[in-house]
Structure formats: structure tokens, C-alpha cells
Design a protein around this ligand. Structure first.
Ligand code: NOJ
Length: 553
């Protein structure tokens, strides 16, 4: 069981082939490039790679506008290169997940081209049409400020088509059984080429009812069960990680009460309050969010992340909380996006302060779920705010202080490499950090090792402990007679906290597994611990021999 549910104790690493490593000097990253960096990723300790879209695409939304689901975009290589890559990853014990973008296609997809050219085409019904402009055409935009409408008139047929995202991304009519069958076929295809599952894009929109007369779209959750069922039949250990930014009361509908829908979901709810905690040193909303997302089926798992390739969406915080995060981490209008978020990378958001960065990442590795890193996080990469929208945080990976950060031999990289300021590639790169035992890179490697040796986090149950200080988060994990106690101090000053682990004798001795500051409880069973500003502690209760105690592997 422990080995079968591999995603429970995994470490995910998200990368975009296009901006990771260019092997042929044309300025665009490619599969052969990523393949050459697999030993780097294996060394870091990641166990699964999530690839952002690499299928054929006009590239108007960084590949989230697919024009052929069954091919690699020629700029990144061939299907042959893809299979070499998944095979090589497997040899190193690394699984590969890919983005599954089936809420919409590109408007250059042959299905859409045919659908708009001919109302009698068999693909007409694969999209969502209206003869007249629907009354709610100016509602529900995902990219407010940039996207003007959700229904655009198609000149060819004179009718309007629905698009939840940009106008060049027509929504697929996912209620159509032919479309559903095609989605399964796409999954089956990539499974056959060696992937272990999918990060499914925009899941709430995939399952939403669509149409001109739909005012309150109902979700068709059963679709998720059929995706899951198909995956399990084809390849029992494959999973779907859902991108679904929904309110906690809907979570179980996505996981399925019996765990018969999505295996994993990103925990957006925790993500937002985590940033609030970092900005305000008030951990109460974070502890609340953790408790509100505690319930999940035994096979369900959260994906825990800090920043991703999109803006940091703070839409579900209160106005006051959101303003606090803006003030502290993205005060300029230019750093904000879509009226709800911040588009920067994490390191500049935290002022490049290594103590705060380590606090944030230690949290990411220790919150209930499976950590999902983003390429460049491990070296603390920065952003380039002169690039439009979300591109500012999508610049090429910085490998060395060679020209273009060692990403490409071309002098025209696909996006500019950050070359100046504190995050420029000559100071922030893999080669330099590899040599420095105290670098972010080497720290990350040690953290990942520690996280993998702490299966209590991925598998166990948690409880937030009372420390009497709203700026300190204390969590205890329990799993099979093992317990972990993890502390994070969000204050910019040292604090002394007093707490009871709640395990009686078993909680008397806390062994520090990250450092050398063990703690023994006083005669009343209380621990008194002083934590430095932005400090963290990982303890195992009751000794280090947890592996010996484990009854099953
Ligand atoms: C969510 C993806 O994360 C985002 O980058 C993309 O623009 C939209 N879905 C549309 O596919």
C-alpha cells in the first residue's frame, strides 16, 4: 500500500520544457535538454516531474492553447525524444506527469477550424455556440482587465462561441460524449508513452455545464469518476492532480466521498492563507484553512505549493487580508495582476531574505500533502517585471554564469534570461550554488531528503498545537505510532514558546531531525523552546528509530 500510493510521499517538480534547457542552440528549451538535466533532478531528490504543456500549440498562452493533443511541438523535439525522456526518468526512479488541457483547444486546432467552417461538421458540437450574444457575455472572465468577454463572434459562421479563457481558447463542449471519449483517448495515448498521470487544467470549468442559457452552471462530477475509472483500468498507479481553486466545502466532491474521483488537488485555500501568514505573522487563518481542508478520502492527497507559473491568486482572502499581502509582497500596481493576485516569483516577494525563504519552503515541505516545487525555486530565482502578464515569472532556468545563464548557446532565448540585479544569472545559478554547502540549492536537497524520510506528513493525520503565540505554527503529525512536531516562527524576532505535544510520555523527548537542538519536556510535560526570527524546527517524538518501528512498508 505505501509503495502503491506513491504520490503520498512524493516530491513534485514542475518545469516548462521550453525554458529549462536548450540542447540544440536554437534558443528554445527541448526534451533532449531536460533529459540531460535528469541527473540534476535526481540528485535534488525529486520523485516526480510535472511538465507544463509541450504539445503542438501556437503558444499564445504558454502552450495552454493546444492545437494537436497527440504530438510534441516540433520546437521541443519529437515523440521519440519524449519517450526517451520518460524512459530515462523512469530509470532514475522519477515519474512524469503532464498537463492535460481539455477545457478548451486553440482556435487553430483542426477541430475548431472545421467546426467554424461548417455548421454540419461533426466537430460543430464539440464546441459551445450561440446564435446571439448571450446576456452574460461580459461575466465570468478568468483574466479580467485583459479578457473582455466570454463569448466571441466567429466571423465565419456568424455565431458566438464560448471561451472561459482568452478568445483564442474556445471551450470544448465537455458534455458531448464524443468529446469525453476523446479525452480518455488522449489520456490513454500519453499513458502508453510512459507518463504516470496528469495535472488536469481548469477542472471546475471542464465539468461545468456550458451554454448560452446557463446562468448557474452545475458541475457534472460524475465525469471525474469516469476519468479516474479509465485511468485505473489502463494503468493502476496513474493519477490526476486537479487544478481546482474551489471553496473547502466542495473538496470532497472533487476527491469523491469514497475516493473515486481525483487522487490529488492543489490546496489553493491553504496557499492563500499561507501567504497571508508570511505577510502578517498571524498564523490563525492558515491553521483554520488547514483544518477546513483536513477531510479527504484515504487515497486523496493535497498538492502543496508556494508559487506556480500563474499569478498568486489571493481572490479568496478578505479585502483587508489581501491588501496586507499586496502591501508586503507586491505593493506596486505593476506587480499585481487580474485584480486579485501578485505575479512575482517568491524570492523577490520575500525581499530575497534567506531566512524568510527557508521558512516558506520548510512550510511547503511540511504542510499536510505532497510538496510541488517550481523550477528555479531551488536556487531562489527572481522575476522580470518588464515582461507582460505572467511571463515575468517564466524566465529561463539559470544554470551557470555562462552567457544566457547556460540555458542556451543562442543569443536569442525564448524569453530573456534575468541578467541584472540581485537575481541576475551571474549570482543566482546552479553552478555557483552547487559549490556552496550553505546555498539554497544544497539546503533544498537536504530538506527534500528530510521530507522523504518523514512519511508521517504525507500519510498521517495532523493537529495544530497551541503555543500561545499567533505568530508560531506548531503541527503534530501522527502515523503508525510515529509522531513529528514541526514549528515555524513567522515573527521577525526570536520567540519563546511553551507547549504540550499531547502524547504524554511519548512526547517527552523531541529529537531535532534538521539541526542539533533536541528538547526535553519539564516535569509538567511542557516544552519550552526559543526559536530565532523566521526559524523552523522539525522534531521526531520518541526517538529516531521510526523506521524500525514501522510495521509495514
Ligand atoms: C490554468 C493554467 O494554469 C493557466 O496558465 C492557463 O492560462 C489557464 N489554465 C488556461 O488554460
Amino acid at each position: 500500500m505505501i509503495n502503491d500510493l506513491w504520490y503520498k510521499n512524493a516530491v513534485f517538480y514542475c518545469l516548462n520544457v521550453e525554458s529549462f534547457m536548450d540542447s540544440n542552440g536554437d534558443g528554445v528549451g527541448d526534451f533532449q535538454g531536460v533529459q540531460r538535466r535528469l541527473d540534476y533532478l535526481a540528485g535534488l531528490g525529486v520523485t516526480a516531474i510535472w511538465l507544463m504543456p509541450f504539445q503542438a500549440s501556437p503558444g499564445r498562452d504558454d502552450g495552454y492553447d493546444v492545437s494537436d493533443y497527440y504530438n510534441v511541438d516540433p520546437r521541443y523535439g519529437t515523440l521519440g525524444d519524449f519517450v526517451e525522456f520518460t524512459h530515462s526518468a523512469k530509470q532514475r526512479g522519477i515519474r512524469v506527469l503532464i498537463d492535460l488541457v481539455v477545457n478548451h483547444t486553440s482556435d487553430e486546432h483542426p477541430w475548431f477550424k472545421e467546426a467554424r467552417a461548417d455548421k454540419n461538421s461533426r466537430y460543430r458540437d464539440w464546441y459551445v455556440w450561440s446564435k446571439t450574444k448571450p446576456a452574460n457575455a461580459d461575466e465570468g472572465m478568468v483574466f479580467p482587465g485583459i479578457q473582455k468577454t466570454t463569448w466571441t463572434r466567429d466571423k465565419a459562421s456568424g455565431e458566438y462561441y464560448f471561451h472561459r479563457f482568452y478568445e483564442f481558447q474556445p471551450d470544448l463542449n465537455t458534455a458531448n460524449p464524443h468529446v469525453q471519449a476523446e479525452i480518455l483517448k488522449i489520456m490513454g495515448f500519453w499513458l502508453q508513452l510512459g507518463v504516470s498521470g496528469f495535472r488536469m487544467d481548469a477542472v471546475p470549468f471542464v465539468i461545468a455545464e456550458k451554454g448560452a442559457d446557463v446562468t448557474k452552471p452545475k458541475e457534472q462530477f460524475d465525469m471525474l469518476r469516469s476519468f479516474r475509472e479509465f485511468l485505473q483500468w489502463r494503468q493502476g498507479d496513474s493519477i490526476i492532480l486537479a487544478e481546482a481553486n474551489v471553496v473547502p466545502k466542495e473538496n470532497l466532491q472533487y476527491f469523491g466521498d469514497d475516493g473515486d474521483r481525483m487522487q490529488m488537488m492543489f490546496n489553493f485555500h491553504v496557499n492563500q492563507s499561507l501567504f497571508y501568514a508570511l505577510a502578517s505573522a498571524d498564523v490563525r487563518p492558515l491553521a483554520k484553512a488547514m483544518n477546513e481542508t483536513k477531510e479527504r478520502p484515504a487515497t486523496g492527497q493535497w498538492g502543496i505549493f508556494l508559487r506556480n507559473h500563474d499569478e498568486l491568486d489571493l481572490g479568496r482572502l478578505t479585502d483587508k487580508q489581501r491588501q496586507t499581502v499586496f502591501d508586503k509582497m507586491g505593493p506596486d500596481k505593476d506587480m499585481q495582476l487580474y485584480d486579485r493576485g501578485i505575479r512575482r516569483r517568491l524570492a523577490p516577494m520575500l525581499g530575497g531574505d534567506p531566512r524568510r525563504l527557508k521558512l516558506a519552503y520548510s512550510l511547503m515541505y511540511s504542510l499536510p500533502g505532497t510538496p510541488v516545487l517550481r523550477y528555479g525555486d531551488e536556487i531562489g530565482m527572481g522575476d522580470d517585471l518588464s515582461l507582460p502578464e505572467r511571463n515575468c515569472a517564466r524566465t529561463p532556468m539559470q544554470w551557470s554564469n555562462e552567457p544566457q545563464g547556460g540555458f542556451t548557446k543562442s543569443d536569442k532565448p525564448i524569453l530573456p534570461v534575468i541578467h541584472e540585479g540581485p537575481y541576475g544569472f551571474d549570482h543566482v545559478n546552479v553552478a555557483i550554488q552547487r559549490r556552496d554547502p550553505d546555498s539554497m540549492l544544497n539546503w533544498t536537497e537536504r530538506m527534500i531528503r528530510m521530507r522523504k524520510e518523514a512519511p508521517e506528513i504525507g500519510w498521517g493525520t495532523f493537529e495544530c498545537l497551541d503555543t500561545g503565540d499567533d505568530g508560531v505554527l506548531a503541527m503534530r503529525y501522527d502515523w503508525r505510532d510515529n509522531a513529528l512536531v514541526i514549528l515555524h516562527n513567522f515573527h521577525d524576532r526570536p520567540v519563546e514558546i511553551t507547549f504540550d505535544v499531547g502524547l504524554k510520555d511519548a512526547g517527552k523527548n523531541l529529537i531535532d531531525i534538521a539541526d542539533d537542538s533536541d528538547s526535553t519536556a519539564d516535569e509538567k510535560g511542557k516544552h519550552h523552546i526559543v526559536i530565532e526570527p523566521y526559524g523552523y524546527r522539525w522534531y521526531r517524538a520518541g526517538g529516531l528509530d521510526y523506521l524500525l518501528k514501522r510495521s509495514e512498508v
